[in-house]
Write a protein that binds this ligand. Structure first.
Ligand SMILES: C[S@@+](CC[C@H](N)C(=O)[O-])C[C@H]1O[C@@H](n2cnc3c(N)ncnc32)[C@H](O)[C@@H]1O
Length: 261
């Protein structure tokens, strides 16, 4: 775990996910299906998944639609998991993976028919730049679709401090912040729909989608790290111990917009 970023006491949230091999976005497969339908992925020839994590949606899109998919993530480790997943799902010939930062995408302008971003911009410092990059690489007439969560009320100071620490200093936005960012995107036909969270369903949906084998393997890795790394024990207790407090104040939104022809 040489490249694991440590917070004051433990390990940053996304680094722990990368080492264990689990990522998620709120709303699960139902939210992805809505986003893909609203972005008309059924008509797309080339789709970009930004911040693809372990590649669950990437493989899903490649399997479900007749299109080429490009998956990018800032973490090499996530890209390794995503490649493994594509191989296991037998869709590797339809997907190309690259390590890249959403704030500086290594693609020419106007390339993709749809750009799908699920729970990524929340973790980025310059959110306006990240959205601008997604718009830039989208074809005129193509769609950008985001699934991002927001706080419905301010967190108590202690919880806010802990969340800030585990997210590497990034603050969780409120809905008004997202609305302003989306309005400034320059996209047309903009829609922003909000949804509440059913915490229990989140977990069972994700396990069903990721698959029992993958989930068990991930938990075995987490268990090994928990036993051998004191900083992982700190993070697991801190991050998972406060999950229900944070989830109770979170909702998510689907953002869809179309680039001017
Ligand atoms: C919460 S996970 C969501 C992953 C995936 N979209 C999913 O739904 O399972 C966030 C992902 O965003 C990636 N990420 C964070 N900052 C990024 C950046 N600046 N550029 C690209 N990816 C980034 C992380 O490495 C992680 O894989």
């Amino acid at each position: 775990m040489a490249n694991v970023k440590s917070t004051q006491a433990g390990i940053a949230y996304l680094d722990l996910q990368a080492h264990v091999g689990i990522t998620k976005h709120i709303g699960g497969r139902a939210a992805t299906d809505r986003l893909l339908a609203d972005c008309h992925v059924e008509n797309a020839r080339e789709v970009l998944c930004v911040g693809c994590g372990i590649g669950v949606s990437t493989a899903y899109i490649a399997k479900k639609f007749d299109c080429h998919v490009v998956g990018v993530d800032i973490s090499d480790k996530m890209i390794e998991w995503a490649r493994l997943r594509a191989k296991r799902e037998r869709v590797e010939s339809k997907i190309e993976f690259r390590t890249a930062d959403i704030q500086d995408l290594p693609f020419q302008a106007n390339r993709f028919d749809a750009v799908i971003v699920e729970s990524v911009v929340s973790f980025v410092t310059d959110k306006a730049r990240a959205i601008r990059e997604c718009v830039r690489v989208t074809k005129p007439g193509g769609y950008v679709g985001l699934n991002e969560s927001y706080l419905t009320q301010a967190l108590p100071p202690e919880l806010s401090e802990m969340v800030g620490r585990t997210l590497g200093g990034i603050e969780m936005p409120m809905l008004e912040t997202w609305q302003a960012l989306w309005d400034a995107s320059g996209l047309q036909e903009r829609v922003l729909q909000t949804y509440s969270i059913d915490a229990r369903q989140e977990v069972s949906d994700r396990i069903r989608w990721i698959g029992v084998r993958w989930t068990l393997e991930a938990f075995a890795r987490l268990f090994r790290l928990y036993l051998t790394r004191p900083e992982v024990r700190v993070s697991v207790r801190e991050q998972y111990g406060s999950t229900s407090d944070v989830l109770g104040k979170l909702e998510y939104a689907l953002f869809v917009g179309r680039k001017q022809v």
